[in-house]
Design a protein around this ligand. Structure first.
Ligand code: ARG
Length: 459
C-alpha cells in the first residue's frame, strides 16, 4: 500500500503518468546531501525551542547521517512513491529510526526546504565556477604579458580598422570576463540567504531561531519575509543571467578566434587538443571547441528565457511551476563548468602567427594616423579627415599603397605635410601612439595586465 506524505485527505491512488509527471527525484537527488545537512540543522533548531527533546534530536541527526551515508555509497534504494528528494529522505529516515522521524518536518514545509537545499547546492557550485572563470582570466593576462610585442589588425564591422596589439585584443575579452567575475561575486550573497524557518508561507510557529540556523548552515543572512522566501527564485534567474552574459562573451570571443584561425586569416592556430578533423576532407582541422562554445551560449540563454517565462505570472508564494527550474539550473551549472575550462584550455594552448598578423595589416589602416599627423600641425580634425580620405583615394587611383604616396603627392592635398610624414608609416608606432589609459601602447597594455593581476590577487 502506497502512502503519500500528504495522503491524509486522499482516498484514491495517483494516476501512474501523473506520478511520473510530478516526480523530481530523478534530478533533485543531486541535492541529497544538502537536503540532509539542512534537515540536521533544522532538527537542532527544533530541539532548541523545546518542541522536540534532545534525545529525539540525536536520533534524527544520527538517522539522517545514515541516510547521507547511503547516498554517498550509492546505496540509497529509491522506492516507488518517492516524489522528490525531500520525501525520499524522510521516508528512508522513518524506516531507519521509526516514528520519531515524523517529528523532523515540524513547522517546516517542502517550500522552505527546497529553496534552502538549492541555495546550499548552488552556493558551492558558484564558488567552483568562479574559480574556473578566474583561471580563464589568468590565462589571458599571462599570454597578454608574454606576447605584448605582437601587433595585429583591429576590426570594426569586421573591416580592417586600426593597428592594435594582440594583447590588447586578449585583454578586451578579459575585461568582459572581469565584469562576469564581479557579477558572480555580487550575486553570491543573495544566493546564500536562508529561507528555512519560513514554513509553507506564513512563518514558523515554534520560535525557531532563524539567525542561529543561518549561522549553523553557513548562510550569510536570512530571507526577510516568509512569503517572499518561498516565492523567490531570483537566485536561479540571476545565476542563469550571469551564465548567459558570460556565455555571450565566450561566444563572441570564440567567433573572433574562428575567424582568425580560418585559412584566409591564418593568424591563430588552435592546438590539436581542442580541434577535430573531417571524416571526408583529410586536410581539415576544425575549431569544434569554439563552435561548441558559440552553440552552447544559445542553449544557456534559452534556459534563462525559458525559466523567466516559467516565473512570470505565477501568484505569490510557492507554485509547482517552480520545479521546472532545477533541470535548467543543473544543466546551466554543468555546461558553464565545461565551457569555462574548455575556453581556458583553448586559450592556453593555441598558437599565434605574428607574421600572418602583420601581413593582415595594410597601409590604409594608417589613414587615421595620417589625419592625426596634420592635427598635430594645427589642422582641424574634420579637415584632416577629408585630406586623409583624399590621400586614400589618390593611392587607390594610382594603384599604390597609401604609404607609397610621396611628399609631392601629398602636398597638393595640404601644405602642412613635411618630409617627416614618412615616420607615420609604422604599425608599431601607430599602436604605440595610443598611450592613454586603456589604449594599445605597450605601456598601457602592460598596465592593463598589472591591474587585472592585482584584481585577481585582491578579490
Ligand atoms: N519538488 C518540489 C520542487 O522542486 C519540492 C517542493 C514541493 N512543494 C510543494 N508544496 N509541493 O519544487
Amino acid at each position: 500500500e502506497k502512502k503519500k506524505l500528504w495522503g491524509g485527505r486522499f482516498s484514491e491512488d495517483i494516476d501512474p503518468l501523473m506520478e511520473k509527471f510530478n516526480e523530481s527525484l530523478s534530478f533533485d537527488r543531486r541535492m541529497a546531501q544538502e537536503d540532509i545537512r539542512g534537515s540536521k540543522g533544522y532538527a537542532k533548531a527544533l530541539a532548541k525551542t523545546g518542541i522536540i527533546t534532545d534525545d529525539e534530536r540525536d536520533q534524527l541527526v544520527e538517522g539522517l547521517g545514515k541516510v547521507a551515508e547511503e547516498w554517498a555509497a550509492d546505496a540509497f534504494v529509491v522506492k516507488s512513491g518517492d516524489e522528490d528528494i525531500h520525501t525520499a529522505n524522510e521516508r528512508r529516515l522513518g524506516e531507519l529510526i521509526g516514528p520519531v522521524a515524523g517529528k523532523l518536518h515540524t513547522g517546516r514545509s517542502r517550500n522552505d526546504q527546497v529553496a534552502t537545499d538549492t541555495r546550499m547546492w548552488l552556493r558551492d557550485q558558484l564558488v567552483l565556477l568562479r574559480g574556473h572563470l578566474r583561471q580563464l582570466i589568468a590565462v589571458a593576462v599571462e599570454r597578454a604579458e608574454r606576447e605584448v610585442d605582437v601587433v595585429m589588425p583591429g576590426f570594426t564591422h569586421l573591416q580592417s580598422a586600426q593597428t592594435v596589439r594582440w594583447s590588447h585584443w586578449l585583454l578586451s575579452h578579459a575585461a568582459a570576463w572581469q565584469r562576469d567575475d564581479m557579477r558572480i561575486a555580487d550575486l553570491m550573497p543573495r544566493v546564500n540567504t536562508l529561507p528555512l524557518g519560513s514554513g509553507a508561507l506564513a512563518g514558523n510557529p515554534f520560535g525557531v531561531d532563524r539567525q542561529a540556523l543561518a549561522a549553523d548552515l553557513a548562510f550569510e543572512r536570512v530571507c526577510p519575509n516568509s512569503m517572499d522566501a518561498v516565492s523567490d527564485r531570483d537566485y536561479v534567474a540571476e545565476t542563469m543571467f550571469w551564465a548567459s552574459a558570460t556565455m555571450i562573451h565566450l561566444s563572441r570571443w570564440s567567433e573572433d578566434l574562428i575567424i582568425y584561425s580560418s585559412g584566409q586569416f591564418g593568424m591563430v592556430k588552435l592546438s590539436d587538443a581542442y580541434s577535430t578533423g573531417s571524416s571526408l576532407m583529410p586536410q581539415k582541422k576544425n575549431p569544434d571547441a569554439l563552435e561548441l562554445l558559440r552553440g552552447k551560449s544559445g542553449r544557456i540563454l534559452g534556459t534563462l528565457t525559458g525559466f523567466l517565462a516559467v516565473m512570470k505570472g505565477t501568484p505569490t508564494t510557492y507554485n509547482k511551476d517552480f520545479q521546472e527550474a532545477w533541470e535548467g539550473l543543473f544543466d546551466t551549472v554543468d555546461t558553464m563548468s565545461d565551457c569555462l575550462q574548455i575556453a581556458a584550455g583553448c586559450l592556453a594552448t593555441l598558437s599565434i602567427d605574428p607574421e600572418a598578423m602583420r601581413r593582415g595589416l595594410s597601409a590604409d589602416m594608417l589613414a587615421t594616423d595620417l589625419a592625426e599627423y596634420l592635427v598635430r600641425r594645427g589642422v582641424p580634425f574634420r579637415e584632416t579627415h577629408h585630406i586623409s580620405g583624399a590621400a586614400v583615394k589618390l593611392a587607390e587611383d594610382k594603384k599604390c599603397a597609401l604609404s607609397d604616396l610621396t611628399l609631392e603627392d601629398l602636398l597638393p592635398l595640404c601644405d602642412k605635410f613635411e618630409a617627416d610624414v614618412v615616420d607615420i608609416w609604422s604599425y608599431d608606432k601607430s599602436a604605440e601612439s595610443r598611450d592613454t589609459e586603456g589604449g594599445s601602447s605597450r605601456r598601457s597594455v602592460l598596465e592593463q595586465c598589472a591591474k587585472l593581476r592585482r584584481y585577481l590577487e585582491e578579490t
